[in-house]
Design a protein around this ligand. Structure first.
Ligand code: NHR
Ligand code: GAR
Length: 195
């Protein structure tokens, strides 16, 4: 079985979209794949309850309990490796990962970033797109490399920026596209030979 481990920090709507796609899309039967676990770096992440409701093991590795990134990531990697995952999927995961961690999961680590990369890597993407006067915005699924939000692009979707948009209204429009393209991108990765 190809195990998928999903890392979250917040509400987990992308995680929920992936779980739904796996169930409704028959990933177990068609691809021999399952969402094996959800891990959050925040104990209060709403996605933890959503995962448990679906019968998926949900764990916390709280970064605040550690002195440095390396110590946090050592425990995070140990928690992940118990599931021997074929893919590690960042879904609203908000901690920058060191080159050591990224190297451990090279080619198996994927992220969804709420901008049209290479525009607006990093945080506050919707605010920055509005401030720049962009007429379109969007979302990118990419492989994770050591350089933040710079790995190879797997999928993108574009949405219009509308007159009167706020950070919140634009984020909501982008999020609906995230829920469509992330399951599609993950399914395509699962189909690749040798995964
Ligand atoms: N790590 C690497 N090495 N490469 C990437 O491409 C990564 C990554 C870790 C996370 C997701 C990401 C995004 O899609 C991601 C991609 C957090 C921050 C950040 O600044 C930036 C980008 C992303 C996630 N985090 C702060 C930190 O100090 C904390 C912010 C907070 O907790 O709210 O880690 O945009
Ligand atoms: C999503 O918009 C995701 O693209 C973004 O956070 C939101 C998480 O929502 N990710 C980042 O900003 C990464 N820095 P969710 O928890 O409901 O999936």
């Amino acid at each position: 079985m190809k195990n998928i481990v999903i890392l979250i920090s917040g509400g987990g709507s992308n995680m929920a979209a992936l779980v739904r796609a796996a169930r409704q899309g028959g990933w177990r039967e068609r691809l021999g794949a399952q969402v094996a676990a959800v891990i959050s770096n925040r104990p209060d992440a709403g996605g933890l309850a959503l995962a448990r409701e679906q019968g998926i093991p949900a764990e916390v590795v709280d970064h605040k309990a550690y002195e440095g990134r390396e110590a946090f990531e050592a425990d995070l990697a140990a928690a992940i490796d118990r599931y021997a995952p074929a893919l590690v999927v960042l879904a609203g995961f908000m901690r920058i990962l060191t080159p050591t961690f990224v190297g451990r999961y090279a080619g198996r680590l994927v992220n969804i970033h709420p901008s049209l990369l290479p525009a607006f890597p990093g945080l506050h993407t919707h605010r920055r797109a509005l401030e720049a006067g962009c007429r379109v915005a969007g979302v990118t699924v990419h492989l994770v490399t050591a350089e933040l939000d710079h790995g190879p692009i797997l999928e993108q979707a574009v949405v219009p920026v509308l007159r009167g948009d706020t950070e919140q209204s634009l984020a909501a429009r982008v999020l609906t596209q995230e829920h469509i393209i992330y399951p599609r991108a993950v399914e395509a990765l699962l189909r690749q030979e040798g995964r």
